[in-house]
Design a protein around this ligand. Structure first.
Ligand code: PMP
Length: 369
């Protein structure tokens, strides 16, 4: 779809690549780190300063205690952290459960480990997405090893509620499942009613959970690929043994600069959230005005829309026609489902773009209606 956008000159609301600024001090710190010679391999587990900053962040924000030495591991983005976690925890034949729709790396990670990703569809409820606890319970088998939980969720913008997390945690404890959480959108929750709560904070969950997060979305630096894993020492050591032969280590100057930035992330994230909340409101209302019903997005980079009012039953067809018809690119949500029975009429629009791009896309959609 990005290639289609390039070819047709359409406004690209497909891929979630931010068009937004990064903190100026962070950029300068990276430049200084490069020029002062921080250009060789960092320690395999990451610089101590960044591990300390991650541990302090988890304590300050969520009351979660991780020792910087042994319980925090720096990775090449959340992408490597997720792959290494799945490789570390799963054997061939194992099953991993994720909520559908889900981020496309999960199925690939499962395949790398010889495991299988089982998608449990989120239920469509009113203008949002909800946990179907019976579907989750039914999906757990004797082969299920890991629940891969992404909250705030890509691509729906759902933030799992405390009650939903408690119900999921009950099943994980009952069935002895390990949990890998993808929390890369942890700082991008827009609605006052929604709050990001790591499932590791719930009783009996710290010891069975690996938390994955990264700097990409939080600071608009998706090209830097600095992520991290937090968890009990034995699990983190297992992840590190896979990570060692994926990349060994990366990103020295970025790690150094992010160690400082993470200490005051709250100040920065407040402004970023305001910007993205504005974009979310603008796009959601614009889609509605263009006759496409938008779904509630409480967090993250995306808004979902129902394309049936435009006469389409199939989001793929809609997305193929859209550049020609309206000069806009979006992505069919069915691409993010691993289970059968995806709502074929859902389409994902990205909000992490300049306000001008979003306004232009809306004007063109309204005209093409
Ligand atoms: N998880 C989710 C849910 C994502 O949306 C993304 C980025 N699109 C990633 C992980 C990858 O994060 P990183 O860039 O830090 O590897």
């Amino acid at each position: 779809m990005t290639e289609l956008a390039r070819r047709t000159g359409a406004v690209n609301l497909g891929q979630g690549v931010p068009e937004l600024d990064s903190p100026a001090a962070l950029l300068k710190d990276v430049a200084d780190a490069v020029l002062s010679g921080s250009n060789q391999y960092p320690p395999a587990v990451g610089f101590p300063a960044l591990r300390e900053a991650v541990a302090a962040h988890q304590r300050r924000r969520y009351g979660l205690d991780y020792r910087a030495r042994g319980e925090v591991l720096i990775t090449t983005g959340a992408t490597e952290a997720l792959a290494a976690a799945v490789l570390a925890l799963c054997d061939p034949g194992d099953e991993i459960i994720a909520f559908d729709p889900c981020y496309d790396a999960y199925a690939a990670d499962a395949r790398l480990a010889g495991a299988r990703l089982i998608g449990v569809p989120l239920a469509l409820e009113g203008d949002g997405f909800a946990l179907d606890i019976d579907a989750l319970r039914a999906a757990v088998t004797s082969r299920t090893r890991v629940l891969l939980l992404n909250s705030p969720h890509n691509p729906t913008g759902k933030v799992f509620t405390t009650d939903e997390l408690a119900a999921i945690a009950d099943i994980c404890r009952e069935r002895s499942l390990m949990v890998v959480t993808d929390e890369v959108y942890e700082h991008l929750v827009y609605n006052d009613g929604a709050r990001h709560l790591p499932i590791a904070t719930l009783p009996g969950m710290w010891e069975r959970t690996l938390i994955v997060s990264s700097a990409g979305k939080t600071f608009n630096v998706t090209g830097w690929k600095v992520g991290w894993v937090c968890g009990p020492a034995a699990l983190v050591a297992a992840v590190n043994s896979a990570k060692q032969f994926l990349t060994y280590a990366s990103g020295s100057p970025y790690q150094e600069a992010l160690a400082r930035a993470l200490g005051s992330v709250e100040e920065w994230a407040t402004g970023l959230r305001d910007t993205l909340r504005g974009s979310r409101d603008l796009l959601s209302e614009g889609l509605n005005r263009a006759g496409l019903r938008s779904f509630r997005a409480d967090a993250g980079y995306f808004v979902q829309a129902d394309v049936r009012p435009w006469g389409y039953a199939d989001g793929v067809e809609f997305c193929r026609d859209l550049p020609e018809r309206a000069g806009v690119v979006a992505i069919p949500t069915s691409a993010f489902y691993v289970s059968a029975g995806a709502p074929s009429w859902l389409v994902r629009f990205s909000i992490c773009k300049h306000e001008d791009s979003i306004r232009q896309a809306i004007d063109q959609l309204i005209e093409a209606r």
